[in-house]
Each structure stands twice: as structure tokens, then as C-alpha cells.
Ligand binder design. Structure first.
Ligand SMILES: NC(=O)c1ccc[n+]([C@@H]2O[C@H](COP(=O)([O-])OP(=O)(O)OC[C@H]3O[C@@H](n4cnc5c(N)ncnc54)[C@H](O)[C@@H]3O)[C@@H](O)[C@H]2O)c1
Length: 285
């Protein structure tokens, strides 16, 4: 039987997860507090799938079938029959804990509750529920339809059965998994932090420009994207929250200190590609 996946938060990551889940024959209930976001999210999925059809990666029929599997949900209670609910809302521990408390009440008693958090404590999120053994981290990467890895994060009370089932679901979605301990930023975001923070420090010292740093890192370092291009793609709001959360969780370790430059971009609403302005301007692109 097809796996039924509920997704809470239809932004960058929620849309990406819905995209791959639908293509891999899962039924998807896509929910967001903002109805307009759900509509735009489905439009974006449509656009991305069409690009895959144009590149002969999927057939036109695959795309049509996949799109029929995505149900737009405006009432969170409609996620009550899902086998797994994956949360992809703001990187804010209070928002996530409130949400998990609610999900715990509405989800089927065997359902897995997964968080796509980039940095927050899965153990702390799970503590908002009465079934912490069913709560797990499922950390997808952006863009979800292209990035192969999913970090599966074992909270202090996550059961081995939940881990096994979550790995099987991630594999069904075509992903490779690693299981990590529940530490701030897990593996990938921990390793990636200096990539962003050192670039921001170089910029703050006026050593050179955003464009030059990105160009050097790509041309000489062999990276596909420079740090500023990547922060704009992730969303400066999300990237800043992750750095802030890791800084706090590592008890203000200066290695994870957030940057004033990025803070100001967030305050100005310059989140990157999604708002058409960030370190770069995307208005006319
Ligand atoms: N952007 C990335 O590159 C990336 C990569 C991996 C993980 N993540 C993580 O995924 C999560 C989501 O990130 P994103 O980039 O998709 O954010 P986003 O800002 O694009 O989307 C978040 C969505 O959550 C919705 N939302 C907020 N509160 C809600 C609630 N209570 N109930 C339902 N919907 C709610 C918002 O309306 C918004 O549409 C974060 O925890 C982030 O750290 C992000």
C-alpha cells in the first residue's frame, strides 16, 4: 500500500519533500498555516517537475500522476490518517514544540512524527509529545529533489523501530541516509558552519566583495556554489536562525557566532532568492 505522508509547512523544504514523495508514489497531504503558500508551493512543484520532463528525467505521465497524489490541506486535522508527518516550519523551538504538541493529539497512534530541523534538539521537540519514541529528525537538504542525503536523527527517546521505519521511508523516497546523534547541527550543518561564517567575516573585514568570494571559492575550490549564493538559496532567515540556534546550543562558542551583516539582511526582509533580494538581486533574473 502507498505510504501516506503529511507535510506541515509548505515553504522551500515542504514543497521539495512533497515533490519527491509524490513522484515516488506516496500520497501527500500538504499543509501550511498560509493557504496562499500551499498554492504557490504546488505551482513550484509543477514548474520543477516540468523541467525534469523537459530534461527527460521523468515522463509527462509520471508528472501528471504525481501531481494527482498531492492534496492541499488547510485543516491540520486532515493529517490524522498519515503514516508519517514531516514538519518543515520555522527554525524556532517554541513554534516546533507547539506544533508537535498538536500533532501528537491528531496523528494516528502508530504514525511517525518527523522534524526537518537543521539544528534544533529533536529530544526537546519530542518532549512536547506523549510518544517521544515515535519522534525523529529527518533532515533533508535543499533542493530536495536533487540532494541525495537525509540525516536521520535519533533523539534521546527515539525507538530503534522508529529509526528503522524512517530509514525505509527515506529510501522509498530515493534517498541515502546516515543516522546521527542528536547534537546541534548534526553532521552536515556543523561541518558547513565555518563555510558561511568565515565568508561573512572576510566580507565584514572588507577583504573583498561577495562576488569575488563566491567566484574564488567556485573557481579555485571546486565548489558548485559560493557561500553567499548558497545562503541566498537556503534563505538568509533560515540560515541565520540555524547559526543563532547552534551558537546558543554550544553555549556561545565563538566558532558559531552569528554575523551582523546577515542579521541586517534578515531585518530588511532580504532573505535571498525567495524574496528576490539577498546578497544578490534576483529581480530581473
Ligand atoms: N532552506 C533550507 O535550505 C533548509 C534545508 C534543510 C532544512 N531546513 C529546515 O526546514 C525547516 C523549514 O525551512 P524552509 O526553508 O522550508 O522555510 P520556509 O520559510 O521556506 O517555510 C516555512 C513555512 O512554514 C510555515 N509555517 C510557519 N509556522 C507554521 C505552523 N505553525 N504550521 C504550519 N505551517 C507553518 C510558513 O507559512 C512557511 O510557509 C526549518 O526548520 C529549516 O531549518 C531548511
Amino acid at each position: 500500500m502507498a505510504i501516506s505522508i503529511g507535510i506541515v509547512g509548505a515553504g522551500t523544504m515542504g514543497a521539495g519533500i512533497a515533490h519527491i514523495a509524490a513522484l515516488n508514489k506516496c500520497t501527500v497531504s500538504l499543509y501550511d498555516i498560509n493557504e496562499e503558500v500551499i498554492r504557490r508551493s504546488v505551482e513550484r512543484i509543477n514548474f520543477e517537475m516540468k523541467r525534469s520532463v523537459d530534461k527527460n528525467k521523468i515522463s509527462d505521465d509520471d508528472m501528471k500522476q504525481a501531481l494527482t497524489r498531492i492534496k492541499k490541506r488547510t485543516n491540520i486535522n486532515d493529517l490524522d490518517t498519515c503514516d508519517i508527518i514531516i514538519e518543515a516550519v520555522l527554525e524556532d523551538i517554541r513554534v516546533k514544540k507547539d506544533l508537535f504538541k498538536k500533532l501528537d493529539q491528531i496523528a494516528h497512534h502508530t504514525a511517525i512524527l518527523a522534524t526537518n530541523t537543521s539544528s534544533l534538539s529533536v529530544t526537546s521537540i519530542a518532549a512536547a509529545t506523549k510518544k517521544p519514541e515515535r519522534v525523529v529528525g529527518m533532515h533533508f537538504f535543499n533542493p530536495v529533489h536533487l540532494m541525495k542525503l537525509v540525516e536521520i536523527v535519533k533523539g534521546a527517546k527515539t525507538s530503534s523501530e522508529t529509526i528503522t521505519q524512517t530509514i525505509a521511508i527515506a529510501e522509498k523516497l530515493g534517498k541515502k541516509t546516515i543516522v546521527t546523534k542528536d547534537t546541534p547541527g548534526f553532521v552536515v550543518n556543523r561541518v558547513a558552519r565555518p563555510f558561511y561564517s568565515e565568508a561573512l567575516k572576510i566580507l565584514s573585514e572588507n577583504v573583498t566583495t561577495v562576488e569575488e568570494i563566491d567566484r574564488i571559492v567556485k573557481k579555485s575550490g571546486g565548489f558548485k556554489m559560493g557561500p553567499f549564493e548558497l545562503m541566498d538559496m537556503i534563505g538568509n532567515d533560515v540560515n541565520f536562525s540555524v547559526t543563532e540556534s547552534m551558537f546558543q546550543q554550544f553555549f556561545n562558542d565563538p566558532r558559531f557566532q552569528p554575523s551582523h551583516i546577515q542579521k541586517q539582511l534578515v531585518e530588511a526582509g532580504m532573505f535571498g532568492k525567495k524574496t528576490k533580494q539577498g546578497f544578490y538581486n534576483y529581480e530581473e533574473k
